[in-house]
Design a binder for this molecule. Structure first.
Ligand SMILES: Nc1ncnc2c1ncn2[C@@H]1O[C@H](COP(=O)(O)OP(=O)(O)OP(=O)(O)O)[C@@H](O)[C@H]1O
Ligand SMILES: [Mg+2]
Length: 505
C-alpha cells in the first residue's frame, strides 16, 4: 500500500514537471498559426468551438494560456459564449482536433441563438416568451377568481332559498313544470298575485339572455330563455331602483292577472358585488309593441276591432275595483301609449309598463303613493295634466286621463285599417302639430289653448267600423275628463261592433 502511494506521488510529480517543461501542442486555425503549420503550443489548454458565419458552420481551434483559464474548474474561455456552440477545452496534445460538426442544426440567420445582435430571437419573440406565460397565468387566475365567486354565489343562493322554504322549491320548480303550469296553478289556487318570491328569484337566475329587443327610459328589454320558452327581461339601471320596485309591486297586485295585461313572471335584484342588476321578467310577445306592429303592418277591420276591444278590455280590468278579500283595487295606468301596449300572437293587446300606475284605496278614498303632477309621455298627456288642473285627490281623474290616451291609441290603430283597399301611413298622434320630442309647453298650446285633436277624416264615415272608432275617439278626447267614456263603456260598444261586423273574438 505504501509502495502504491509512493508510485502515485511520483507519477503526479512527473506530469507536473512534464507540463512545466514540455508545452502542450494544439491544432490552431488562426492566421498567426499558418506560419507554424496550423499548430500552437501553450502551458494552458487546447480549445475548439463552432460558430456560424453567413449561414456557414465554421470551426475554431486555438491555444489558451494558463493565465486565461479562469475561474479554475470552469474557465470562461471553455464555455460556449454568445454565438458559439460546442466549445471544449482539453489538456492533451492535439486534443482539440475532435469533430465539431453539429448534426442537423439549421443554421440561424445570424450567429448562434439568443436575443440581441447575432441572436435568433427578435424582440417580438422575446416579449412573447415572457408575456405568453404571464398572460396564461393571469387568465388562470381570473378563471379561478370567477369560479370561486360563482360557487360562492351559488352556495349563498342555495342557502338563502333553503332558509326561505326548503320544502317548496323543488315542489314548484320540478324539472317538468313549465312557466305556464307554475303561474296557472298559483293564480287559480293561491292569491292570484304571482309566484312566491323565492320561486321568482330562482326562475330569474336561471334565465339565459339571448338578444336585446328594445330600450326605454328605464333601461333595456331582452329576450331570454327559460326551460325552452321565451321570456322578456326588462333590466333597469341601478339608479332606477324605485321604478323597478314600483313596477314589480303593481304587477303583484292581487287579482291583476288578465289576458290583456302583460303577464308578470318575476322580479329579481341581483347584486354582483359591483352593481345591482334589477330584473323584471314577463311574458314575451314576438310582435313587440303596438307601435312596432302598426309601423310594420296595416290591419283589417277585424284586426282593428280585435286590437281596440282587447286594449279596452285590459284597461277596464285595470281600472275596475273588485270588492272582497280576494278583491283588487282600481288602478290607473298614467303612461298609456302604443309603445306600452304589446301585441300577442293572436293579435290582441296586452297592456304593459305599469311602473307609473297608482292604486286606489276605496275604503279611505286615497291613492297608494303621493302622485307627482306630470308623469308619463308628454304627447299622450291629457289637457288637465298638461295645464295642471287635474284633481289629484280624486282617483277618477287619473282614469279619465288614461281614457284620453286610449283615444289617441285608437286613432293610431284606425289610420292603419284597410277599408276599401285604402289605409293611411303610420303616424304618432299630433305628428302634424308638434315636433318629434315635444315639450309640455308645445303640447299645452296645441291641446289646451288651441283645443286641437288628431284629425278624423270624413271618409271614415263611409265605413261603419271606422265611423264607430271615430266616434269613440272624439268621446275620449273631451276637454272635460268627467265627460269622457269609461273603459267599460268602450268595451261594450266595441263588443257590439264586433257582433254587427260578424267578428269572432
Ligand atoms: N314583453 C315584451 N315582449 C316583447 N317585446 C317587448 C316586451 N316588453 C318590451 N318590449 C319591447 O321593448 C321596447 C322597449 O320597452 P320599454 O318599455 O323599455 O320602452 P318604451 O315603452 O319603448 O319606452 P318607455 O320607456 O317610454 O316606456 C318596446 O317598445 C318593445 O318593442
Ligand atoms: Mg314602455
Amino acid at each position: 500500500m505504501a509502495n502504491f502511494r509512493i508510485s502515485l506521488a511520483v507519477a503526479v510529480v512527473h506530469v507536473v514537471l512534464y507540463r512545466a517543461c514540455n508545452a502542450l501542442r494544439c491544432n490552431c486555425t488562426t492566421t498567426q498559426c499558418q506560419k507554424t503549420g496550423s499548430q500552437c503550443e501553450t502551458d494552458g489548454a487546447c480549445m475548439a468551438s463552432t460558430f456560424f458565419s453567413n449561414g456557414q458552420e465554421q470551426h475554431i481551434r486555438v491555444c489558451i494560456t494558463r493565465d486565461r483559464l479562469v475561474p479554475p474548474g470552469q474557465p470562461f474561455y471553455c464555455l460556449s459564449a454568445e454565438g458559439y456552440l460546442n466549445t471544449h477545452c482539453c489538456y492533451t496534445d492535439y486534443c482539440n482536433s475532435m469533430d465539431l460538426k453539429i448534426p442537423s442544426v439549421t443554421p440561424p440567420p445570424e450567429l448562434g441563438g439568443g436575443y440581441g445582435p447575432g441572436g435568433t430571437w427578435g424582440l417580438v419573440e422575446l416579449v412573447a416568451v415572457i408575456a405568453g406565460p404571464l398572460f396564461l397565468l393571469c387568465v388562470l387566475l381570473l378563471v379561478s377568481v370567477f369560479l370561486y365567486h360563482y360557487h360562492q354565489r351559488a352556495y349563498n343562493h342555495r342557502q338563502r332559498l333553503e332558509v326561505e322554504d326548503p320544502s317548496c322549491e323543488h315542489l314548484y320548480l320540478a324539472k317538468d313544470r313549465s312557466l305556464q303550469d307554475l303561474i296557472y296553478n298559483l293564480s287559480t289556487s293561491g292569491s292570484g298575485s304571482g309566484l312566491p318570491l323565492f320561486v321568482q328569484r330562482t326562475v330569474a337566475r336561471t334565465i339565459v339572455l339571448q338578444e336585446i329587443i328594445g330600450k326605454g327610459r328605464f333601461g333595456e328589454v331582452w329576450r331570454g330563455r327559460w326551460r325552452g320558452g321565451d321570456v322578456a327581461v326588462k333590466i333597469f339601471s341601478s339608479r332606477e331602483e324605485r321604478s323597478w320596485f314600483r313596477e314589480a309591486e303593481i304587477y303583484q297586485t292581487i287579482m291583476l292577472r288578465h289576458e290583456n295585461i302583460l303577464g308578470f313572471i318575476a322580479a329579481d335584484n341581483k347584486d354582483n358585488g359591483t352593481w345591482t342588476q334589477l330584473w323584471l321578467v314577463s311574458d314575451y310577445h314576438e310582435y313587440g309593441s303596438l307601435f312596432d306592429y302598426l309601423n310594420r303592418y296595416s290591419v283589417t277591420t277585424e284586426g282593428m276591432i280585435k286590437l281596440a276591444l282587447s286594449a279596452a278590455n285590459g284597461l277596464a280590468h285595470l281600472h275596475m275595483e273588485i270588492l272582497g278579500t280576494q278583491g283588487k283595487p282600481g288602478i290607473a295606468h298614467r303612461d298609456l301609449k302604443s309603445k306600452n301596449i304589446l301585441v300577442k300572437k293572436n293579435c290582441t293587446c296586452a297592456i304593459a309598463d305599469l311602473g307609473l300606475a297608482v292604486r286606489h284605496d276605496s275604503a279611505t278614498d286615497t291613492i297608494d303613493i303621493a302622485p307627482n303632477q306630470r308623469v308619463g309621455t308628454k304627447r299622450y298627456m291629457a289637457p288637465e295634466v298638461l295645464d295642471e288642473t287635474i284633481n289629484m285627490k280624486h282617483f277618477e281623474s287619473f282614469k279619465c286621463a288614461d281614457i284620453y290616451a286610449l283615444g289617441l291609441v285608437y286613432w293610431e290603430i284606425t289610420r292603419r285599417c284597410n277599408s276599401g283597399g285604402v289605409h293611411e301611413e303610420y303616424q304618432l298622434p299630433y305628428f302634424d302639430l308638434v315636433p318629434s320630442d315635444p315639450s309640455i309647453e308645445e303640447m299645452r298650446k296645441v291641446v289646451c289653448d288651441q283645443k286641437l285633436r288628431p284629425s278624423v277624416p270624413n271618409w271614415w264615415q263611409s265605413y261603419e267600423a271606422l265611423r264607430v272608432m271615430g266616434k269613440i275617439m272624439r268621446e275620449c278626447w273631451y276637454a272635460n275628463g268627467a265627460a269622457r267614456l269609461t273603459a267599460l263603456r268602450i268595451k261594450k260598444t266595441l263588443s257590439q261592433l264586433s257582433i254587427d261586423e260578424d267578428i269572432k273574438i
